[in-house]
Design a binder for this molecule. Structure first.
Ligand code: ATP
Ligand code: MG
Length: 455
């Protein structure tokens, strides 16, 4: 008998074993993943041909039902991680808390997770499988189970729909089809317990509410404000990942409003909220960067977390810088010190990977260089790889009311000007400080160096 037929029969039998599922047949919905991600279908077929159950699940089905193009494709399977790995050459197992497989096809990654089960049935004391903190936080969520159990372990009903490739049906154990099509965000199970198990679900609720314009049910919404502080238990690296998803989803403006509304913002950007940083100019900058980010994403232009952090933390950085200068520290070392302190305070909450810290520092350091335009300085600044981001930050500072007399306008013109006009613009800036090329670049006299070497 052909393998496909076997898996179809197995699917029909499993419908009888799990009578609770509502089956939405392929003629009653428009989800056609083969047209959208042939790679996802390859993964499903490879798993089912090897005798495992495998379904598409999550955001791809939800988004398709809403008429949106799915961002990525997730697979749920009965195969265990090692079994998945053995079937694909291009596969990597990741995660400790939640172990899963990434199967790579060029730039596309299909996330393949084994069905999760109830922790009560873990039985053994295997801490790699199931482990929970005293506060109820799941430190390990690697108890495997059946399809039906897996559905109940997912976060929201709209995320718990399964697509069965053998007949194109959607399986629904939690009334997710209706919730998805009516844009209702409903946490599965007891909301308080589910948020305690994994407080990141609160951030996911906010992301889906903002991005998909879902309404949270009362039970899903109510515990969020009470339990925001649980985010303090989440490792900073995971919060950084979530921040990227929150602000780079195309609905950052609305996400930020919801983070403030539910008092979650202080757990992500403790020194940037209106309570801690009531400076209106800084709050206006934050709102504006959210709006600009959404516009860039809509235009499919690149966005970087480094710029977002540069704006989010500009208020605390500027405050610290001013304070150090008022204590007599010269501007440049004061800026270095302020950068150090600001990043140091932030990474206690969310990490900032090195690949973003370096550009972040450069964007800030350039804020001191932008006013210095005499001699060759303007050209050097213009050629800096981070110039564009630094200029954008300058414009945001100005639009929020910071006084930087005519600087943004000067740089706008300078970028557009021809070589001759640029020379004239620089000449109007007057001569650079004594020493022609600027003090920073002046070499020490040889004698001084020799003396230094001798001592
Ligand atoms: P998108 O990929 O568009 O951001 P998504 O819903 O697919 O949305 P993923 O992070 O890709 O989100 O997760 C895939 C699926 O895994 C989700 O739809 C949900 O069913 C489940 N899931 C993800 N994170 C959690 C979590 N913290 N708790 C429970 N289930 C989760
Ligand atoms: Mg997804």
């Amino acid at each position: 008998m052909p393998k496909r037929l076997i898996s179809k029969i197995r699917g029909l039998i499993s419908d009888q074993q799990t009578p609770k599922a509502r089956i939405i047949s392929s003629s009653d919905h428009d989800f056609r993943p083969a047209d959208l991600s042939p790679s996802a279908i390859t993964v499903i077929e490879t798993l089912t041909d090897a005798g495992h159950e495998a379904y598409l699940v999550g955001g791809c089905i939800r988004d398709s039902l809403l008429g949106k193009t799915p961002k990525d494709f997730d697979v749920a399977t009965s195969a265990h991680p090692e079994e998945i790995k053995a079937l694909f050459r291009n596969c990597r197992l990741i995660g400790k808390r939640f172990r899963l497989a990434h199967v790579r096809f060029g730039r596309e990654i299909i996330e393949v997770a084994t069905f999760r089960g109830c922790h009560s049935k873990a039985g053994s004391n295997d801490k790699h499988q199931s482990s929970q903190s005293e506060a109820g936080l799941l430190l390990r969520d690697n108890v495997f189970g059946t399809l039906e159990e897996d559905a109940l372990r997912r976060d929201f009903t709209a995320n718990a729909l399964y697509y069965r490739h053998s007949d194109g049906a959607i399986l629904d154990y939690v009334n997710g089809y209706e919730d998805a099509t009516t844009k209702t965000l409903r946490l599965i199970g007891n909301p308080e317990q589910r948020y305690k198990e994994d407080p990141v679900r609160m951030l996911r609720a906010i992301r889906f509410a903002a991005k998909l314009e879902f309404s949270m049910t009362k039970e899903t919404e109510a515990p969020i404000i009470e339990h925001a502080e649980l985010l303090g238990h989440i490792p900073p690296a995971r919060l950084f990942e979530e921040i990227q998803k929150l602000f780079l989803s195309g609905a950052a403006e609305s996400v930020w409003q919801l983070l403030l509304k539910y008092d979650i913002a202080p757990w992500l950007f403790p020194n940037s909220t209106p309570d801690r940083n009531p400076d209106e100019a800084h709050q206006a900058m934050i709102n504006q960067v959210m709006i600009n980010t959404d516009i860039r994403i809509a235009q499919e232009k690149p966005v970087t977390p480094a710029f977002l952090f540069a704006v989010m933390l500009w208020g605390p950085l500027a405050q610290r810088w001013e304070q150090l200068k008022s204590e007599g520290v010269p501007p440049v070392p004061a800026m270095q010190q302020a950068i150090q302190n600001t990043i140091g305070d932030q990474i206690k909450f969310t990490s900032i990977p090195k690949r973003f810290v370096i550009p972040l520092r450069e964007i800030w350091e350039l804020q001191i260089k932008l006013p210095q335009r005499a001699g060759k300085r303007a050209n050097r600044t213009l050629e800096h790889p981070r110039f564009r981001a630094a200029y954008d930050l300058l414009l945001l500072r100005e639009s929020a009311g910071e006084s930087t007399p005519g600087l943004g306008e000067w740089w706008t013109q300078y970028q557009e000007a021809d070589a001759e006009t640029r020379r004239e613009m620089v000449e109007q800036q007057g001569k650079p400080p004594r020493g022609g090329k600027g003090r920073g670049r002046r070499r020490r006299p040889r004698r001084y160096n020799n003396q230094a070497n001798r001592s």
